[in-house]
Structures are given as structure tokens and as C-alpha cells.
Design a protein around this ligand. Structure first.
Ligand SMILES: Cc1cc2nc3c(=O)[nH]c(=O)nc-3n(C[C@H](O)[C@H](O)[C@H](O)COP(=O)(O)OP(=O)(O)OC[C@H]3O[C@@H](n4cnc5c(N)ncnc54)[C@H](O)[C@@H]3O)c2cc1C
Ligand SMILES: NC(=O)c1ccc[n+]([C@@H]2O[C@H](COP(=O)([O-])OP(=O)(O)OC[C@H]3O[C@@H](n4cnc5c(N)ncnc54)[C@H](OP(=O)(O)O)[C@@H]3O)[C@@H](O)[C@H]2O)c1
Length: 422
């Protein structure tokens, strides 16, 4: 392996041949692919725009976050969670696990490298991945680097950018307006009236946290939502669903889940939480919307600690007008309005990925494209989906790698420099 020194950076051409795949993103998916490639003895380069691994978890999530699914469904390939971890590890425990995962497999991402574009060159049959080195920009040197490789693994995540909806008058509101990705704890909102826009897992949990910190949360629920208990009679709802899916058709599992949910939570429609006409698993498969796994917000809704309000018509100074004509006053607004993929902003390709930055093909077929392109972590199946992708991708690349290395000794030449991690 030959890594360029700072001195080289200034003078040499910014084109680097990568021996093995380029992985974009060092979140759980990118790390899992890297670890599985290591097991296959395939070298790689992993590019990460931030200065640490798993930025979503380290920088863009709230303090009280825990994994919603039991740990066995969240661990990455070939490295289990520590035995003393609880059933639902905390955010800190998960980050610690990811750090030790990277250390265990000796994964060293190239940090501060933000990929700006990636394009397949038909003539030479290679991917050209252009990144901007943030450190280079700071030092005032040419900060563009071009990585050339045979394979490209997209692991930038389904939640790469926050969605900030355009709502009439929001600019005039005047109070504090943040996205859920910048929310850390309800202690900053004690005694305040806070409008939480959105009732996904983030909206529900932020509302619960605000309530626990003696703020006054109002949660906007503009359409239908499936709220399920995280556990049914002490057993994880997800685990139950996964078990039932082995034996029963999806429609029947959905029916059983709704019956169990009704037994535990009662009729949620009474509290303004209308259910979609499709069952939770069918709804997720069709619309990509994850059911909310309740960890206490519903109880707060029942007792009035969290108020449910309908959609927003417009904002004005310190105030919101709702679609039912009511006017309410607020100190702050938290937009728990979701996330989107950033793939369309940098990947010049339209076969594997669609305009919304997610694969065209539904699970389990969206992990592999043409010409050595792969997608890791875009299954809408969270961490377990990412692990499955990683194993498949590494097996696929590993097979070609082994065939090729058998045929020829690899001579690497591109402006005199090559890198890869091994
Ligand atoms: C609040 C919240 C809680 C969640 N909780 C769970 C949970 O409990 N269980 C679960 O299974 N899933 C959960 N998820 C889903 C979550 O997306 C996954 O757990 C996991 O983070 C996905 O990993 P990833 O590597 O695919 O994406 P990410 O974790 O988003 O990592 C992508 C990485 O790519 C980097 N990157 C992005 N663009 C570029 C670029 N152009 N150049 C270079 N690097 C780039 C980013 O900086 C980031 O480090 C949660 C999501 C959110 C928002
Ligand atoms: N611990 C955990 O496991 C955990 C915690 C938090 C998040 N997550 C995961 O992270 C991902 C993102 O979750 P999320 O809750 O941030 O996003 P989300 O599931 O996409 O939910 C976004 C919410 O915002 C609403 N919304 C969007 N624009 C709106 C507008 N203009 N007015 C009113 N409401 C609006 C949506 O309503 P509509 O449905 O009407 O569009 C929806 O309720 C999910 O996969 C989730 O499971 C997991």
C-alpha cells in the first residue's frame, strides 16, 4: 500500500488508481462491506466525507436514542455485540461497537473526502470517482482527487440528508426552528411550547423526550400511521413478525400484528393516530414507511402530555394555523420530517438507482447494478438489510477478484500512484 504524504499532495496529479473497490461512506453499511471484503482478502478504499465513522449516529441523532430492534438484528457481519450489551443497545453503545468493529477489521477510512461525482467510463471499463478533500481546501491546495477503480460500492445511506419541507410562512415564525437531526435533548426546551412536525419514529421519540423534560409538545399528524408496541407481552414485535413470516403469508402476519397491537395499545385512532388501510408490513413494502415502534409516546398521548394536532396550513409570527382552522402559539418548531438519500447529487447513473436515490428494484434485488456498481444499505430494512447487502457484495466482488488474481499478477499504474487498504 502506498499512501501519499502531505508533500506529495501538493505536487502530484490528483489521480489515484484503487486496487479493489471504492466504497463511498463509512457508516454501518460501508464498514460492513469493508469487513466482509477483508474476509475475502480483497483490498479496498473507503471514502468518508466527515472526520469520523458513522456520522449519522455520532452527530445527527438525539441523546436518548436506542436501537429499536433487539441487538441480534442489528449486529454487523462476523462480529457480535459484546455479551453484556442490553437487548436494545443505546446510541453510545452502538457507536462504541462500530468503533471496535472498524478497529477489529483494521478498517481505515480516508476521512474528510466528500465524493462529488462518480461516473463509469465505458471506454476503459472503470469508475471515476471525484472527491473533494476537505483538509485540502482548508490548506488552500488543489483539493480534488480522482479515484479510478473497477468497482464502486455506494454506502452513503438512505438518510444522508434531512428533509425540510416548504411550509408557508415558516420564515416568519421567528422562534427556534430545527430539524430532528439537530435535536439532542428536551432539556433545552423546558417549559416551552414546541410543535413537532411529523409522527415517524423521530417525531414520536422527540415528543416523548420533550414531555419527559417538562416541555409542552404538540405533534403534527397529517396522515395515517401504524404505531406498534416495541414489545408484545415481553417479546419483541419485530422478532414475532420475523418468526411468523417464516410460516405465514404477509397479509396474515399483518392481521395478527394488528390484533396483538390492539391488545397492547388499544384503539390508537381515538387519539388521532389513524391507521393506513394496508397492514404495517404491506404498507412498509409498498410505501417504504417504517411503522412506529412505540416506547412510551402513546401513553403520553393518552394522558395529554403530548397533544396530537392535524396538518399545518401556514405559519406566522410565533403562531401556526392548522388545517382544522385552529391557531396555536409556539416557542419552537422541530421538523421531524424525515431524510433522503443524496445519491442523485453525485452518482451519474440511472440503472441501479432511481431519481429518489433508492434502488429501482425492490428488495432483495437492489444491491447490484451493472459494470461493478453496488448499493449497500438501501433495502429499507435497517441494519439487518445492510449486513445482508455487505455479505452479498463482498462475495460477488471476491469471486471476480480471486479469478482475476489467479490469471494475472496485478500491475498497477496510474500516474505512478495506487492505493488501497490491506
Ligand atoms: C434517528 C435514526 C435512528 C435510527 N435507528 C435505527 C435502528 O435502531 N435500527 C436500524 O436498523 N436502523 C436505524 N436507523 C436507520 C439508519 O439509517 C441505519 O441504522 C444506518 O445508519 C444505515 O447505515 P448506512 O451506513 O447505510 O448509512 P449512514 O449511517 O447514513 O452512513 C452513511 C455515511 O456516508 C457518508 N457520506 C454520505 N455522503 C457522502 C459522500 N458524498 N462522500 C463521502 N461520504 C459520504 C456519511 O457521512 C455517513 O457517514 C435510524 C435512522 C435514524 C435517522
Ligand atoms: N430508534 C430507532 O430505531 C429510530 C428512531 C428514529 C428514527 N428511526 C428511523 O429513521 C428513519 C427516519 O425516521 P423519521 O421519523 O425521521 O422520518 P419518517 O419516518 O420519514 O417520518 C417523517 C414524518 O414527517 C411527516 N411530514 C413530512 N413532511 C411533513 C409536513 N410538511 N407536514 C407534516 N408532516 C410532515 C411525515 O408525514 P407523512 O407520513 O404524512 O408523509 C412523517 O410522519 C426511519 O427508518 C425510522 O425508522 C429509527
Amino acid at each position: 500500500m502506498a499512501l501519499p504524504s502531505d508533500h506529495d499532495d501538493f505536487f502530484t496529479p490528483r489521480c489515484i488508481w484503487v486496487n479493489g473497490p471504492v466504497i463511498v461512506g463509512a457508516g454501518p453499511s460501508g464498514l460492513a462491506v469493508a469487513a466482509c471484503l477483508k474476509e475475502q482478502s480483497v483490498p479496498f478504499v473507503i471514502l468518508e466525507k466527515a472526520d469520523c465513522i458513522a456520522t449519522l449516529w455520532q452527530r445527527r441523532t438525539y441523546d436518548r436514542l436506542k436501537l429499536h430492534l433487539p441487538k441480534q438484528f442489528c449486529q454487523l457481519p462476523n462480529y457480535p455485540f459484546p455479551e453484556d450489551y442490553p437487548e436494545y443497545p443505546s446510541k453510545k453503545q452502538f457507536i462504541d461497537y462500530l468503533e471496535s468493529y472498524a478497529q477489529h477489521f483494521d478498517i481505515k477510512p480516508r476521512f474528510n473526502e466528500c465524493v462529488q461525482s462518480a461516473k463509469y467510463d465505458e471506454t476503459c471499463g472503470l469508475w471515476c470517482v471525484k472527491s473533494c478533500s476537505i483538509k485540502g481546501v482548508e490548506r488552500g491546495v488543489n483539493s480534488e482527487v480522482e479515484y479510478i477503480s473497477q468497482w464502486l460500492v455506494v454506502a452513503t445511506g438512505e438518510n444522508a440528508e434531512s428533509v425540510v419541507p416548504e411550509i408557508e410562512g415558516l420564515n416568519e415564525f421567528g422562534g427556534r426552528v430545527i430539524h430532528a437531526c439537530d435535536y439532542k435533548s428536551g432539556k433545552d426546551f423546558k417549559g416551552k411550547r414546541v410543535l413537532v412536525v411529523g409522527c415517524g419514529n423521530s417525531g414520536m421519540e422527540v415528543s416523548l423526550d420533550l414531555c419527559n423534560h417538562n416541555a409542552f409538545p404538540f405533534m403534527v399528524v397529517r396522515s395515517s400511521v401504524h404505531v406498534l408496541p416495541r414489545e408484545v407481552f415481553g417479546k419483541s414485535t419485530f422478532r414475532i413478525a420475523t418468526f411468523l413470516m417464516k410460516w405465514l403469508p404477509l397479509w396474515l402476519v399483518d392481521k395478527l400484528l394488528l390484533i396483538l397491537t390492539w391488545l397492547v395499545l388499544g384503539n390508537t385512532e381515538r387519539f388521532g393516530l389513524r391507521r393506513p388501510s394496508m397492514g404495517p408490513l404491506h404498507f412498509k413494502n409498498t410505501n417504504g414507511k417504517t411503522p412506529v415502534l412505540d416506547i412510551g409516546a402513546l401513553q403520553k398521548i393518552k394522558t395529554g402530555g403530548i397533544q396530537v394536532v392535524p396538518g399545518i396550513k401556514r405559519f406566522s409570527h410565533g403562531r401556526v394555523e392548522l388545517v382544522d382552522g385552529n391557531h396555536l402559539y409556539f416557542d419552537s418548531v422541530i421538523l421531524a420530517t424525515g431524510y433522503r438519500s443524496n445519491v442523485p447529487s453525485w452518482l451519474q447513473e440511472s440503472d441501479l438507482f432511481s431519481n429518489n436515490g433508492l434502488p429501482n428494484q425492490p428488495f432483495p434485488n437492489g444491491w447490484k447494478g451493472k459494470s461493478g456498481l453496488y448499493a449497500a444499505g438501501f433495502t429499507r430494512k435497517g441494519l439487518s438489510g445492510a449486513s445482508l447487502d455487505a455479505t452479498r457484495i463482498a462475495d460477488d466482488i471476491g469471486q471476480v477478484w480471486k479469478e482475476e488474481t489467479k490469471l494475472k499478477k496485478r500491475f498497477i499504474a496510474c500516474n505512478g500512484r495506487f492505493i488501497s487498504q490491506f
